[in-house]
Ligand binder design. Structure first.
Ligand code: BGC
Ligand code: BGC
Length: 627
């Protein structure tokens, strides 16, 4: 029997050598376990960072622990002045002016060249939310959001996705992705459900190592790899309804689930929410982001138990922790106390993200007053620098500016072909009466719905902007309608957003569902189809033609009432930039192979999961038909 809570939680995570994969298709997991010890050793036994830290001033060490959002950086010279260790682009902090690929690359190079002027010449780590491709940069290959990748059940494909993501990030110079998100969403009303791979910890655990390998490449030193960041540790997907805290100044918006509290005993917390981290650690993930949310009333960022005892102690994490955006500011007490709590709990780098002069001053004071020990500062700086050394960033012979030869890879046809394959494998066929699908390449196909011809809608949140946006938001993408037109062969394709004009067609396709949202703004208590979608279906029904409904959404929506009326139903999740992948499945170029990564509720019973008593659903976890 494990003697303590932390041993209990670490046990059976099977970090090394254990069977990580319940099914054969999850082929990457075992390989990851073998690589694990090597990576851990690499970090643990690397004495270069420790040596360097012993030569740094307190200011320089604290600088390594500071991460500033690009939009709050007052001048590039402040990188030198405050010895900053890291900068991020948050959801909306793009280079100025413009958002072109070149602008991102120039921004990165500009900041890095300042960091290289500091006395110890320590490069910055630049981080970005590349959670489905390097999607913040216009022209990037945009992959399906994680929920779609969970539907593929294909870890090899997820590794390819992340490999490409890493290369496109590197093309801009940036070397750190705040991904993969290992949330295990237990309540689809949560607006971040689509950022998680599945409600099943087994699926998350199996894909996590592949994602980390894809991002980090063959070991940390891979010049085409980026540092991965597993997030949000832990229990972000398990928050109890109503424990989310609305922020001041945000009016009547209420976030019933976001950033709330996960209330579970040790056994369930470990069984559901820690499994993915077992997988990521096995693959040698170099950074982890503690969650905004809490576990049984204690915020992750303030939990010595979770961060230091469990993660760094029992689970043997040798990389560094980066806080979530302004997460420390949500802890109790004054700003100084908040920093004290987070750092003493085990936070190594703080996503401040704004007032860095104040942060560095307060942390210096805390050290001088003995409230934060020098040994904790040394440990934090050592962990961060160990990763910088392992990544080869400290190598004087390595250029730290963006590799300009990678520009031709950014958004390339080869990359888009892999994203298209991800889309094909992510679609889940839920109903197909009378064999209405696959479509035939003849007659007339009428296409309708607000998500048929809209790049922004099919990409969802975390695309170009934080919340995402409808419309032509990026370049090089293909809408679903465009994909259908290309695939239709001899068939005539007509289109109306509202479904009018369908009569006389051989079949009608309705692309309906959700419009973009991200954190907080996607928390919804009612997952019914909206009025526009219902009227689109109504119009198609009135035309008296067979109707195929394709849901473009971040999660299951309530479809009980329309199900009997429609001939076929497909869940396409948020497929990203390659609309042709959707057409490939509808025309049978790819036979549907996706399996539900989450339970599809009957009515509003949105928090039932496979294994729960009374598991009565419209479509169970794992459902998925084919032709
Ligand atoms: C999100 C993280 C993200 C960070 C930086 C936070 O609000 O919770 O997932 O990595 O912002 O954009
Ligand atoms: C449930 C667990 C279940 C698991 C199986 C989770 O979402 O909460 O009870 O064992 O899925 O896949």
């Amino acid at each position: 029997m494990p003697s303590s809570r932390r041993e209990f939680l670490a046990e059976s995570l099977g970090l090394v050598g254990a069977s990580l994969a319940p099914q054969e298709i999850f082929s990457k997991a075992k390989e990851a376990a073998a690589a694990a010890e090597t990576t851990r050793q690499l970090l643990r036994e690397d004495s270069r960072a420790k040596q360097l830290v012993s030569t740094l001033t307190l200011e320089e060490k604290i600088g390594q622990m500071a991460q500033v959002d690009n939009s709050f950086l007052r001048s590039a010279g402040d990188i030198e002045k405050y010895h900053l260790g890291s900068i991020l682009s948050g959801g909306d902090s793009h280079p100025k002016p413009g958002d072109s690929f070149e602008a991102w690359r120039d921004m990165y190079d500009h900041y890095q060249s300042h960091a290289l002027k500091t006395r110890p010449r320590i490069p910055i780590l630049y981080g970005i939310d590349a959670v489905h491709g390097d999607a913040h940069v216009i022209g990037a290959t945009v992959f399906p959001h994680n929920i779609g990748m969970g539907a593929t059940r294909n870890a090899d494909l997820a590794e390819k996705e992340q490999r490409i993501t890493a290369i496109e990030i590197r093309a801009t110079g940036i070397q750190w992705a705040f991904a993969p998100c290992l949330a295990v969403p237990q309540d689809i009303r949560w607006g971040r459900t689509y950022e998680g791979l599945s409600e099943s910890p087994d699926v998350v655990k199996a894909i996590a190592p592949a994602a980390v390998h894809g991002l980090q490449g063959k070991g940390f030193g891979d010049p085409l790899g980026v540092l991965a960041c597993a997030k949000h540790f832990a229990g972000d997907g398990g928050t109890a309804f109503g424990t989310g805290v609305p922020k001041a100044g945000e009016g009547s918006l209420h976030y019933p689930l976001d950033q709330g509290d996960t209330r579970l005993d040790d056994a369930d917390f470990h069984r559901i929410h820690l499994q993915g981290y077992g997988g990521a650690l096995a693959a040698g993930v170099g950074s982890i982001m503690p969650s905004y949310s809490g576990w049984n009333g204690v915020k992750s960022s303030a939990s010595y138990t979770l961060l230091t005892e469990i993660l760094k102690g029992a689970m043997g994490f040798e990389g560094f922790l980066i806080s979530d955006y302004a997460a420390a500011k949500e802890l109790p007490g004054s700003e100084k106390q908040q920093i004290e709590t987070a750092v003493n709990s085990g936070m190594d780098m703080v996503m401040i993200p704004d007032d860095y002069p104040k942060f560095t001053r307060l942390l210096r004071e805390l050290v001088h007053e003995g409230r934060v020990k020098t040994s904790r500062i040394d440990d934090a700086a050592t962990r961060i620098l160990r990763v910088k050394f392992a990544m080869g960033l400290m190598d004087p012979n390595r250029s730290l500016l963006a590799d300009r030869s990678l520009a031709k890879e950014f958004g390339s046809a080869a990359h888009r072909a892999v994203a298209r394959q991800c889309v094909r494998e992510s679609l889940v066929l839920l109903k197909n009466e009378g064999g209405v699908l696959p479509l035939t390449k003849g007659g007339r196909i009428h296409v309708a719905g607000k998500n048929a011809d809209n790049v922004g809608n099919q990409c969802g949140g975390w695309t170009v902007t934080w919340q995402g946006k409808s419309g032509n938001i990026t370049t090089g993408a293909t809408t679903i309608l465009e994909g259908i037109r290309k695939a239709a062969g001899a068939a005539q394709v007509t289109y109306s957003r509202d479904g009018s004009g369908a009569s006389g067609a051989d079949v009608a396709l309705a692309f309906i569902g959700e419009t973009p949202y991200a954190e907080m703004h996607g928390d919804r208590t009612n997952l019914d189809l909206d009025a526009e979608d219902r009227s689109t279906i109504q119009n198609l029904k009135q035309a008296g033609v067979p109707v195929v409904v394709v849901l473009v959404s971040g999660r299951p929506l309530i479809v009980d009432s329309i199900l009997p009326q429609v001939d076929a139903l497909v869940a396409a999740w948020l497929p990203g930039s390659e609309g042709e992948g959707v057409a490939d499945v509808l025309f049978g170029k790819w036979k549907p192979s996706g399996k539900l990564p989450v339970t599809w509720p009957r009515g509003n019973s949105t928090s039932l999961h496979i294994g729960d008593p009374g598991y009565e659903t419209l479509f169970p976890f794992g459902a998925g038909l084919s032709y």
